[in-house]
Write a protein that binds this ligand. Structure first.
Ligand SMILES: [Zn+2]
Length: 184
């Protein structure tokens, strides 16, 4: 029996969900650390200067207001699962995106962020403890919402050409072995 370790870290960044959940979108955080990612995903007024990174132009005004973002869950490298937004609410993780011709990806999906530096920070491997926690979280989610493995997709699937996450190191095959994603 795998023990899911939940930690509540509420984010104010959400709005009402008006439709049923029929999709799960997986992301990497693409930031330096879990702490910085959690701060960004719970920040009601993010400023560029608080989130430096190679995605920013060097001359950017540090007072530039960034978009508010969130996810339902953040899974860190050792398998802790931070709960930021209740599944009943609409989190803001997919951005400009589309699935099955519908642009409101956030309205239909649960967003899960994996703490991982991604392409901007060396494209690190996803630790086994992190992937094990994700697999068991997905089992719960798919069972509760009566969804099959085909309903678990990556951010790059719903925003091709704009987003790369969760990236080519993400172990889709391992998820597929547990029936929580399709092999690819
Ligand atoms: Zn993403």
């Amino acid at each position: 029996m795998f023990n899911l370790r939940f930690i509540d870290r509420p984010s104010p960044n959400y709005d009402p969900r008006a439709r049923a959940i029929d999709l799960v979108v997986l992301h990497y955080t693409g930031m330096q650390s879990a702490d910085i990612a959690l701060k960004r995903l719970t920040d009601p007024a993010p400023l560029a200067g608080n989130y430096p990174g190679p995605w920013q132009d060097k001359d950017i005004d540090p007072m530039t207001v960034l978009g508010r973002v969130s996810a339902h869950y953040v899974v860190d490298e050792v398998g802790n699962i931070y709960r930021l937004v209740a599944e009943a609410h609409r989190a803001w993780h997919a951005g400009v995106s589309s699935w099955e011709g519908d642009p409101d990806t956030n309205g239909r999906s649960i967003g899960i962020e994996l703490v991982n530096g991604g392409h901007d920070f060396g494209l690190p491997d996803f630790p086994e403890d992190q992937i094990n926690a994700l697999i068991h979280l997905l089992r719960h989610i798919l069972a509760r919402h009566e969804l099959d493995a085909s309903r678990v997709v990556g951010h790059s699937d719903v925003a091709p050409g704009r987003k790369l996450d969760p990236g080519e190191k993400f172990p889709w095959v391992r998820l597929a072995e547990f029936g929580v994603a399709l092999p690819r």
